[in-house]
Ligand binder design. Structure first.
Ligand code: SF4
Ligand code: SF4
Ligand code: FES
Length: 387
């Protein structure tokens, strides 16, 4: 008989869950779900070594383990700290954690531009959501923010470093998914930047995935830039037979046009299956895809706005109130009165009652001045005009 694996009990915000040894606090919290899950801007469960950069996932360990129940002296990054049996963690139940997170958000935004109105990521941006849910309203930063020129790295991807939060996700993706990393983080501190050094094109067939992992609008799809706001598009799941990847994608449609193709993301905003450049950038016709149906969005997002499902139309009560009279007859004033059958623009003079009484070409007389647009009626032929 195989030996049963011992699970660790960890309590996060007073909710206890059993997890395997080696699980991080963040992944244990995701097992619970809901508000106890700390936000993560750099950690990505599908990228080895990710996490530990942004500090948005800070939590307090109130008791290290059953064997050693002392609290940890400082807040810890939950994406990098593994659980111990009997560990007690505080996230939203500890005001100090929330206050520290506010500081982290302020720090992430120190050099960030106020670009949301013109940023392609707006509406699906993790930094926007983070600032809204965990940030404070102001900043204490008074210095000039650093800015960079936009760079096209290859034919499909644009890098706008000004918006980058240096989470390293794209670097891990290029390393682990695309297989040939030609970019990385150059320099340190205030000068640190994502770069290809000699602006080398990123030409791996899987490199488009860096766009999906980027939590902000630093890496964007050049085939979609400024084409539409994401909340005006309709996400649809689709697939095709592809020799390079699973071919399972999400199409972002407007009417019958496929404006953008991305990988499908789960409730944590992480890519479910990596897709290749051909699927992402070159298959923009509906006929290229087998449509599976509307995407079910798990995350609360502005993308949900305007996509109503199971709409129940209110009952029309007008007829009941009006004792059975047809509201259309009552309300269709234009059709009944024939006002719309008269084209006022082509009438040679002002319309009168006769115009609307069965003779749409009838006009008033004595209006030469009005007809010719000369202003005052000098000939005195318009009895309604004293001048
Ligand atoms: S990256 Fe996000 S927060 Fe930054 S400008 Fe774009 S939408 Fe706004
Ligand atoms: S470009 Fe995007 S993914 Fe890459 S480090 Fe910057 S924020 Fe992270
Ligand atoms: S998500 Fe944990 S440090 Fe960034």
């Amino acid at each position: 008989m195989s030996e049963e694996k011992k699970l660790f009990k960890v309590t996060i915000d007073n909710i206890t869950v059993d997890v395997e040894p080696g699980t991080t606090i963040l992944m244990a919290a995701r097992k619970i779900g809901g508000d106890v899950v700390p936000p993560a801007m750099c950690f990505y469960s599908k990228l080895q070594g990710s996490g530990g950069k942004c500090r948005t996932c800070l939590v307090r360990v109130a008791a290290g383990s059953t064997a050693d129940p002392r609290p940890m002296p400082k807040l810890v990054a939950s994406c990098r700290t593994t659980v111990m049996d009997g560990m007690v963690v505080e996230n939203i139940t500890n005001p100090a954690v929330l206050e520290a997170r506010k500081g982290v958000v302020e720090f992430l935004l120190l050099n960030h531009p106020l670009d949301c109105p013109v940023c392609d990521q707006a509406g699906e941006c993790d930094l926007q959501d983070l600032s809204y849910e965990h940030g404070s309203q102001g900043t204490r930063y008074e210095f000039k923010r650093r800015t960079f020129e936009r760079i096209d790295i290859g034919p499909y991807i644009q890098l706008h470093m000004t918006r980058c939060i240096l989470c390293y996700r794209c670097v891990y993706t290029a390393n682990q998914v695309a297989g040939n990393r030609d970019h990385g983080v150059l320099d340190r501190g205030d000068h640190a930047q994502i770069a290809t050094y000699v602006e080398k094109a990123l030409d791996s067939n899987m490199i488009g995935n860096v766009i999906d992992v980027c939590p902000v609008g630093a890496l964007t799809d050049r085939t979609f830039r400024f084409k539409n706001r994401v909340w005006f598009t309709k996400p649809v799941d689709a697939h095709r037979n592809c020799s390079c990847c699973s071919g399972k994608v999400r199409l972002w449609m407007r009417g019958d046009d496929v404006l953008r193709v991305t990988a499908r993301k789960d409730q944590w905003g992480e890519v479910e299956e990596w897709i290749c450049n051909e699927c992402r950038f070159e298959k923009k016709k509906v006929s290229d895809w087998v449509i599976e149906g509307n995407t079910k969005l798990d995350r609360h997002s502005v993308i949900n706005a305007g996509h109503y499902t199971n709409v129940v139309k209110p009952k029309e009560t007008f007829k009941d109130v009006m004792k059975g009279r047809d509201p259309k007859l009552l309300m269709d004033i234009h059709e009944v009165s024939q006002v719309n059958t008269v084209d006022l623009n082509v009438l040679p003079g002002p319309a009168t009652a006769a115009t609307f009484n069965g003779n749409p070409n009838a006009t008033g007389t004595n209006v030469t001045d009005v007809k010719q647009g000369t202003g005052r009626n000098l000939a005195g032929t318009d009895t309604t005009n004293a001048h």
